[in-house]
Design a protein around this ligand. Structure first.
Ligand code: FPP
Length: 256
């Protein structure tokens, strides 16, 4: 770790960090390498950032690892991503157990091939009771799809007479999302400079602070995360009220 960087204030750390990991392909292209090499180096950044967040005491880290749109990529690239995911899960299980990390997948994981799904379910199962950081991997994830799925489940509850339509509040709605019971992201980081949300956590990021860095994901490591957290420390989160009001009664996400 870079010793020039001052320590972070624990009381102003985000509880939940979400990351759109982008730029693996460009990282590889810049070096005249195959895109898959970029993903491989990106997996190293995943290891580095998971470790850093765990050590800093972040409660939830959500990583956008595979979107519903990513199924349209060339088959060899999809297979390589599946392979990387599987080897990441296998190689990190020991460290997750040692450090109390709970792995949770968000998305249509049933679309994944059986071999990947088996490893994923095993790791989720083994880490289920771990009391430390939650590592959410967004896999075959789409924000709109998550909202539509929640709406369908709520409609079924209403139809069955277990819920009245007047009882559907933002708080109730959020219980039908993959992130049920978790704090909403305080900070969303996107690497590689693109100013887009790309269908990520559409409901959950209503009040999230956003940081876009030009760094390509394979180059994004702990020191830059710490710089971003220093910048986050200085932001005043208002949640739609005035700065004076927020000083009197600081609040976090609306649906907590
Ligand atoms: C975006 O880069 C990245 C992805 C679509 C996949 C993210 C995957 C990893 C970081 C590696 C494996 C993951 C785990 C959890 C071990 P891009 O390919 O869209 O980059 P580009 O925009 O430069 O082409």
């Amino acid at each position: 770790m870079n010793s020039d960087i001052p320590p972070l204030r624990p009381d102003s750390l985000p509880r939940h960090i979400a990351i759109i990991m982008d730029g693996n392909g460009r990282w590889a292209k810049k070096r005249s390498l195959n895109r898959i090499r970029g993903h491989r180096e990106g997996a190293e950044s995943v290891r580095n950032i998971v470790r850093a967040c765990r050590e800093m005491g972040i409660e939830v880290l959500t990583l956008y690892a595979f979107s519903t749109e990513n199924w349209q990529r060339p088959r060899p690239e999809i297979l390589a991503l599946m392979g990387l995911l599987k080897s990441f899960l296998r190689s990190e299980l020991g460290e997750m157990m040692e450090n109390g990390i709970r792995l949770n997948a968000i998305g249509q994981i049933e679309r994944f091939p059986d071999d990947v799904l088996t490893v994923l379910r095993e790791v989720m199962d083994q880490t289920r009771k771990n009391p430390g950081m939650i590592l959410n991997l967004a896999l075959s994830y789409g924000g709109r799809d998550e909202i539509v799925t929640a709406a369908r489940r709520i409609a079924a509850e209403v139809q069955a007479g277990r819920l009245q339509s007047e009882e559907i509040t933002e708080g109730v709605f959020s219980k039908y999302l993959y992130t049920e019971g978790m704090p909403e992201p305080d900070l969303l980081i996107r690497t590689s400079g693109e100013m887009r949300i790309s269908n990520f956590l559409l409901w959950q990021i209503a009040y999230t602070e956003i940081c876009v860095t030009d760094t390509l994901w394979p180059d994004f490591r702990r020191d830059e995360l710490i710089q971003i957290l220093h910048d986050y420390e200085k932001r005043e989160r208002r949640f739609g009220v005035t700065g004076d009001q927020i000083k009197k009664t600081p609040r976090r996400g609306l649906t907590e």
